[in-house]
Design a protein around this ligand. Structure first.
Ligand SMILES: Cc1ncc(COP(=O)(O)O)c(C=O)c1O
Length: 341
């Protein structure tokens, strides 16, 4: 199994491969054979999908002799938390541009950003203005004699795509060792870099596996167009032999719970069910919604009973604490504990 993704600079942030685990109880309940790829199980700052992208993004930044990393995300962003942590390992100065989405309390990811001593700037501008803000901050840094490197939101760039392109090779190798051939990969999607890497990887490696992305908020069209653009850039940049067709880009936006950052009783129910049955922690904004999608797609027969499915746990665990009030509101109540309130 060979996929030549060239000689791209990379730093090591996490020990790979992450494990793939069989979920016996959920498999029985759902009537499928379910495996989980534990990308929540990484040593860097509570882990998650962004660490894989950052290995290549920071590699690129260091090769270009940059000393400052500027990136953007919501107050609750996993991507900015992992960027701040990764910068500390490589003596890079992290500047985080945060849009005021999410609980306005210093906890969860935001608390970790502060612990990592990142420089934080909170902005209140429409998303169309963000690239301009990033450029302005970069110019300010240059005027101070620093060499900045801009990472777009979510690490969604042709360099970031390398993270899950490489993960595709890892996954197929692991499944091969386990003698398991899966039919579907299901995961949370948003800025699209994870899905682009997986779709390109699975297709170029001729795996026959369908990749299903469950949107964390944006519409199907928005995410699909992001993936299409990223895939075109990546095919050219990486000189990949096989391109994506429209039919390869499968995105569901029925499980967003009304939009990015919105937590409902249904998603909290899914988190409880998975925690109770398999001791797996999901988060309320990404993996909880993605798992809700997986269960419904099985219910509807889109994922046929008896199928073999790999769910990618893309991390996001600090969000459990950033959104703890929603979790309490939607039924995580134990009467004796209420006395503590
Ligand atoms: C935990 C988690 N899962 C999934 C995603 C979506 O990944 P991508 O932005 O590559 O589409 C994100 C993005 O922020 C995330 O934080």
């Amino acid at each position: 199994m060979v996929l030549s993704i060239g000689d791209h600079p990379r730093v090591r942030l996490v020990r790979l491969p992450t494990p793939i685990q069989y979920m016996p109880k959920l498999s029985e309940e759902l009537g499928i054979e379910l495996y989980i790829k534990r990308d929540d199980y990484m040593e860097l700052a509570m882990g998650g999908n962004k660490a894989r992208k950052l290995e290549y993004l920071l590699g690129d930044a260091l090769k270009k002799n940059c000393d400052t990393i500027i990136t953007v995300g919501a107050l609750c962003s996993n991507h900015v938390r992992l960027t701040a942590a990764a910068c500390k390992l490589y003596n890079l100065h992290p500047i985080l541009i945060l849009t005021a989405t999410g609980p306005k309390k210093v906890k969860g990811n935001l608390l970790l950003d502060v612990l990592f001593d990142a420089e934080i700037k909170i902005v209140d501008v429409p998303s169309s203005e963000i690239p301009k803000v990033l450029e302005e901050v970069a110019r300010e840094q240059e005027a101070k004699g620093r060499k900045p490197y801009i990472i777009p939101g979510g690490g969604a760039s042709k360099v970031g795509v390398l993270g899950y392109l490489n993960a595709s090779v890892e996954i197929l190798h692991q499944l091969n060792e386990m003698c398991v051939k899966v039919d579907y990969i299901v995961h949370s999607t948003g800025s699209g870099g994870t899905q682009t890497g997986l779709c390109l990887g699975m297709k170029n490696l001729n795996s026959g596996i369908k990749v299903l992305g469950i949107s964390c908020g944006p519409s199907r069209d928005l995410v699909s167009n992001r993936i299409k653009r990223l895939a075109e850039d990546s095919v050219e940049y990486l000189k990949l032999p096989v391109k994506l067709d429209d039919k390869d880009i499968i995105v569901y936006d029925e499980y967003t719970c009304g939009g990015y950052g919105i937590v409902t009783k249904d998603v909290v129910e899914v988190m409880r069910r998975v925690a109770k049955m398999e001791a797996i922690l999901l988060d309320p904004l990404y993996t909880g919604k993605a798992f809700m999608g997986l269960m419904d797609l099985v219910d509807k027969g889109v994922i046929e009973k008896g199928s073999k499915v790999l769910f990618i746990h893309t991390g996001g665990l600090p969000l459990i604490f950033q959104y703890e009030e929603d979790l309490w509101r939607y039924g995580i109540k134990v009467s004796d504990l209420e006395k503590l309130a």
